[in-house]
Design a protein around this ligand. Structure first.
Ligand code: ADP
Ligand code: ZN
Length: 210
């Protein structure tokens, strides 16, 4: 199964992707995580992306499209995958179609802007493996330490409130039109993000298995 998760930054795409990944045994491909990795290891692509990312702007289409092409060509994507954070613009969606990749389902997680702004301040990510946590909603077993790899949990630079506002604006302008794009292809399911992660997960799994 080939699934796209849509939704505003902080809507919980990453968290839900992990659940679907466990359930269906297909990899999650997060362009955000791939870019952060590149940034950490100081590759040329990372350097190109840095200023955009830190300002809450999108990294140019040709850069992310290149990343996705390379990643989807790997063996582990043969039986399907979950895209978390791609596509984020119409040209990115068109590039995916042009690659001849037949997406089965697009699940959009809807969360109101006010709730997103509140949530983002508590979000933490593992410096080492990119897993995401929340200081109230998704606590690690030990404060500040990743359950999976024992890496340190940090706040992302782009999770600071001013940057979050910029990211939401970008989302409404550039990414939200994708709902219409995939609705026209008959692939869109909208899930209302709930206050509890488990409730959202239940709705997402229902949408995946429908
Ligand atoms: P979130 O979903 O919480 O916004 P991500 O980790 O998906 O966070 O993305 C963080 C940043 O990485 C984005 O603000 C953007 O700068 C860059 N990025 C990730 N995916 C894309 C994409 N598909 N197109 C352009 N930029 C991207
Ligand atoms: Zn980790």
């Amino acid at each position: 199964m080939k699934i796209i998760l849509l939704g505003a930054p902080g809507a919980g795409k990453g968290t839900q992707a992990e659940v679907i990944c466990d359930r269906l045994q297909i990899p999650t491909i997060s362009t955000g995580n791939i870019i952060r990795e590149a940034l950490k290891s100081g590759t040329e692509m990372g350097l190109k992306a840095k200023s955009f990312m830190e300002a809450g702007q999108l990294v140019p289409d040709e850069v992310v499209i290149g990343i996705i092409k390379e990643r989807l060509a790997k063996d582990d994507c043969k039986n399907g995958f979950i895209l978390d954070g791609f596509p984020r613009t119409i040209p990115q969606a068109e590039a995916l179609d042009a690659m001849g990749i037949a997406i089965d389902k697009v699940i959009d997680i809807e969360v109101k802007d006010e709730a997103i702004i509140k949530r983002m301040s508590g979000r933490r990510v593992c410096e080492k493996c990119g897993a995401s946590y929340h200081i109230d909603y998704k606590k690690p077993s030990v404060d500040g330490v990743c359950d999976k790899c024992a890496g340190a949990l940090v706040q992302r630079k782009d999770d600071h409130p001013d940057t979050v506002k910029a990211r939401l604006e970008v989302y409404h302008n550039e990414t939200e039109p994708l709902k219409d794009y995939y609705n026209k292809q008959g692939k869109l399911t909208i899930v209302e993000g709930q206050d509890s992660i488990e409730h959202t997960t239940a709705l997402i799994l229902k949408a995946v298995e429908a």
